[in-house]
Each structure stands twice: as C-alpha cells, then as structure tokens.
Design a protein. Structure first.
Length: 376
C-alpha cells in the first residue's frame, strides 16, 4: 500500500507476509480446491491470532479497534492475502464485524464479535441480488411487517461470499420503511443456501434464498429502515479491502512475469530485453501504480469517513478492476504455452482478478455510480 505507514503497520505487513509465505503460499490453494470447507481452519485461526479479524472489534469484545486504523490496517493485510490468492472469508468477516460493532445491540456484539475476532465463527453479508446493480446497492431481499409485528424476509441475495461456511448472516433488506439490516443464524428456518460454481478456485459463492423468514425485532442491526448510511459504510469497507487485494494480486503476478521474461531466452537473448515487451511492462507498471494510489486513498478515505469516501472507493474499483484483468491476461500471453497450463500458478491469479472485477459491482457499475454521486 502506498501510504505513510506507521511502524506498527509496517510490522503488520512484514509479519503477515512472512506468515503467508511459510504457512499459506500459493501452493496451499491447490490442496484446497476440492475441499468442501474451501479454506484451512487452522491457518484461519492462526491468522486471527495475528490480528486479522480484530481490527473492527472493540477491545472489550476481544478486538483492538481502538488501537489501530481499521480500514487501512485491514487493507494492508488484504494486499498481502492477494499476493498468495488466499482462500478464506477475510472480507465478509471484517465487514460484518464492522457493522455489528457500529450498529449492533450489546447482545449481538457479545454473541458474535469475540467469536469472529478469534477465528471461531464465520459471518457472511447478504447484500445484493443479481443484475446490473449487484454489489452497488442493496437489492434482492425485501422486508415487510407481518400482522403480528415481526419482520418477514422474502427474496434472494446473490454471490454471497462464504455463505456455505457461515455461522451467521448479515442480511440487508429493502422495505417500505427503508433499508434495514438483520443478524441471523445461517440455520434460520426458511433460509436456503445454494452453492454456486465459481471461476475463482479459492473463493466460495452462494445464492441465499429467504422464503417467508420471520424475524423478531432483536435481530435488527440498528433502527428499522434506518440502515442506509451504515450499509454505505460497509460497502466502502468492502471495496477498500477488495481493491487492496487486487493490487496484491497484480503486483505479485508482474513480479514473477518479469522474472520469467529475464530467464526465458529466444533468438539468443532474454525475451524481456525486446522493446515490444518493455513497452508492455511499462504500461502495466503504470496502471499498477495508479491502482495502488487509488486503493491507498480509498482505504484512507473510508477509514476517516471522508466526504469523498464513496467517490474514492468507486474510483479505485473502476480503475483497478479493469486494469488488473488486462494486465494479468497479458502476463499470461507473455508466458506463452506454459501460462495456459493448470500446473502454473498464473491462472489462480487471473481467476481472482476476474472474480474481483465482477464482485461488489463491475467497473461499469461503479462508473455509473460515480455519475450519480456527481449529480449527472
């Protein structure tokens, strides 16, 4: 991350990188491809011990939110996770933790936050339905009041990350009162989780259906109909973490592609010495630096709740999302035939970049969101 990192943040980055290189390198992902859980629980708990999941959790619930800069610190970790295409629910767990810490009741905080911070519980965010607006604004699930006063959820949330392994679901629903959020067990009657086939072999997605799900008021996170501002905050955090992860994915891909271009000899010289490839590498390095700057500013703006935070995260997503896939696709071409094989690691990075481009709103969707934010 191109930020003025504190000594603690540099230590966090170095510790995370050393841990991942030793305990969860890219090769670890190959062992998890056919694993039903989709991630290594032991590694996940060790990551929790390093503080990965405590950044938004108050100290009196087992976290360290007061002693750090939650979004920026989490973005530093997310970038390192991207470098190894880490398989685990880092983004949804931290987003849900931030939501419950900010707007949840004391009972909800006590029930969920210590378990999330310790890596013992997993939570997923049911945010949007399918379609062009998926990942940009809440849709798909509707909340209505029943005659008895309870809430009834109907509809479906699409592309919910790690719903299959989640113990709890944070559900964003739209109703006559406005936007409301609910924290419920994943086993609540009427909730059906349908796993989806995914391009990214290190990430599980699901469609979560709500069929006449009846909920009491104590499941509300915040006031009924008053969650719009909190949802926007959660979206900003999710985008800041995703953009940082994408930076790590591209940065590492360019590193080993440059190494390959130095070692691969054609016509008596390394292919990286040819001017045509030098120009391509220069273009990709320029795009990456722009993505780094945008992601760093987005994390800082989201952390500070800046007036332009919504703009910053959409700029980072619309720029980084598209340039990442273009860069890694060209890296694949530079590798030639070996880059097309399953045995090479490059396809894991490409799958993650393509997945990140589509999830939480496509670059086109965020460009449209920028127009709306600008009043156009």
């Amino acid at each position: 991350m191109d930020i003025a990192a504190t000594e603690d943040q540099r230590l966090l980055q170095e510790t995370t990188r050393r841990f991942l290189e030793k305990r969860s390198p890219i090769g670890a992902l190959r062992r998890l491809v056919d694993d039903a859980a989709g991630f290594d629980r032991a590694i996940w708990r060790q990551g929790a011990e390093l503080g990965w999941l405590s950044l938004f959790v108050p100290e009196d619930h087992g976290g360290m939110a007061e002693s750090g800069q939650g979004v920026v610190d989490a973005a530093i970790i997310a970038e390192e996770l991207g470098r190894v295409v880490f398989a685990g629910p880092f983004l949804p767990v931290n987003v849900v933790a931030s939501a419950v810490a900010a707007a949840g009741s004391e009972a909800q905080r006590q029930a969920l936050l210590p378990g999330l911070a310790a890596g013992e519980l997993v939570a997923a965010w049911c945010f949007a339905g399918p379609g062009a607006s998926s990942g940009v604004e809440p849709s798909g699930v509707r909340a209505t009041r029943s005659a008895g006063g309870s809430f009834v959820l109907q509809g479906a949330a699409s592309y919910v990350q790690d719903a299959q392994v989640a113990d709890h679901l944070l559900v964003t629903a739209v109703g006559d009162e406005g936007v409301s959020q609910f924290l419920i067990p994943a086993t609540t009657p009427g909730v059906t989780i349908i796993p989806l086939e995914t391009l990214d072999l290190g990430r599980s997605l699901a469609e979560v259906r709500f069929d006449d799900v009846r909920l009491a008021d104590d499941t509300l996170v915040g006031a009924p109909g008053g969650a719009a501002a909190q949802v926007e905050r959660q979206l900003q955090i999710a985008l800041a973490l995703q953009c940082a992860e994408t930076v790590g994915v591209v940065d590492r891909t360019l590193e080993f592609t440059l190494d390959y271009a130095r070692d691969r000899v054609a016509f008596g010289r390394p292919i990286g010495s040819f001017q045509a490839l030098k120009h391509r590498f220069a273009d990709h390095a320029t795009w990456l630096e722009g993505a780094k700057a945008a992601a760093a500013y987005a994390a800082r703006a989201a952390q500070d709740a800046a007036a332009d935070a919504a703009i910053a995260v959409s700029v980072a997503k619309s720029h980084g999302g598209r340039s990442a896939t273009e860069t890694i696709r060209d890296c694949l071409q530079i590798h030639g035939g070996i880059g097309m094989t399953y045995d090479h690691d490059l396809h894991f990075y490409l799958r993650r970049a393509v997945s990140n481009e589509a999830l939480w709103g496509t670059p086109a969707a965020h460009q449209e969101r920028l127009c709306v934010l600008a009043g156009l």
